[in-house]
Unconditional design. Structure first.
Length: 332
């Protein structure tokens, strides 16, 4: 007869669960997925389906045959990892590279540490950054949106972030005129320009997802708002000092900033526990993103910034702790 083990009080009852939150994220991603299918067509479908299928398969195979544990695919975490990995890839990436990225994301980024809840780094970003440093040419070949029937032979072009990088290097602020305006970036209308990854094509779709996550209380506002606000402030100051730096609205609506701030940095496992810690974490990610974008080798710095701060999350949790249950607040 099994023992009934009761933990120490306090006890709290809630209707939250891993499955509910994971599928809540999937629902929040649906607007961005639909927009990607509208703009990229076949390419988006191939990349997203390949990524999700590969992540689910690798988690099942590793759990069953290597870790010898019962696979827990129904919690939705492998599906979320697959979608987020796919959203961080260009729509013309060959399937074999996608499969390799999924293996690294699940095998190294997640299952090596014991599976869901134990990984110190966001698995999708582990897979994405591995592919970025291993296959830089394929990972930085950006199809122009609107080629619905194209996949591997899609026409490519320079992204807004690449144009910003060139403007900074050359000191020629006239290059920034090639970048779509804020309204076009918000809606994903980037004529004759490389659209970037699948998930960053339309900032408005991502903001709709943010509204849903906040409404359902899947996440809080602290991380996404602190990241976006920090990037806005620093990029605004730099634009005032030197017009070769893009204006803050263009900066926050370009690249993977919205996708990372809303769906990647807010991962429960790899982000701080307290609201104060979340603000520190978000400000640091925003600052690092600006530093890497403007002075690093890659035009985009969001993925690297999040992974760096994933590594600092235990330190933030150590020094910024929630009050103990029943502890009286400090009196002035």
């Amino acid at each position: 007869m099994g023992k009934l083990i009761v933990s120490l009080s306090p006890h709290a009852h809630g209707n939250e669960s891993v499955e509910k939150n994971m599928y809540g994220v999937v629902i929040a991603l649906l607007p961005a997925i639909i927009v990607s299918l509208v703009y990229f067509g076949l390419g988006s479908a191939v990349v997203l389906l390949s990524s999700v299928a590969a992540c689910v398969f690798f988690e099942w195979a590793i759990s069953k045959y290597l870790l010898k544990v019962e696979p827990s695919l129904m919690d939705g975490s492998a599906i979320v990892t697959g979608i987020l990995l796919g959203m961080n890839l260009p729509s013309n990436l060959p399937v074999w590279i996608i499969l390799l990225g999924a293996l690294v994301a699940i095998g190294i980024g997640k299952m090596t540490f014991g599976g869901l809840g134990n990984n110190p780094f966001n698995p999708a970003l582990v897979g994405r950054c591995f592919l970025l440093v291993s296959f830089p040419a394929q990972m930085t070949s950006w199809p122009v949106a609107g080629q619905l029937g194209s996949y591997l032979d899609a026409q490519t072009g320079a992204t807004p972030l690449a144009i910003m990088k060139e403007a900074i290097k050359s000191g020629n602020d006239s290059l920034l005129k090639q970048i779509p305006d804020a309204t076009q970036l918000l809606l994903g209308m980037n004529p004759n320009a490389g659209a970037g990854t699948i998930g960053e094509i339309c900032a408005l779709a991502l903001l709709v997802g943010l509204a849903y996550l906040l409404w359902k209380k899947v996440i809080t506002w602290h991380i996404p708002v602190s990241i976006i606000a920090t990037v806005f402030v620093f990029s605004g100051l730099m634009h005032l000092a030197n017009p070769a730096y893009a204006d803050p609205f263009t900066v926050i609506l370009s690249g993977g900033l919205m996708l990372g701030a809303i769906f990647m940095a807010t991962d429960y496992v790899t982000s701080p526990m307290t609201h104060k810690g979340m603000l520190i974490y978000g400000v640091a990610i925003g600052f690092l993103t600006i530093v890497i974008r403007n002075w690093g080798s890659y035009p985009e710095g969001m993925s690297f910034a999040i992974l760096i701060m994933n590594g600092f999350t235990p330190l933030i949790n150590h020094y910024v702790k929630p009050k103990r249950f029943g502890e009286k607040p400090n009196k002035a």
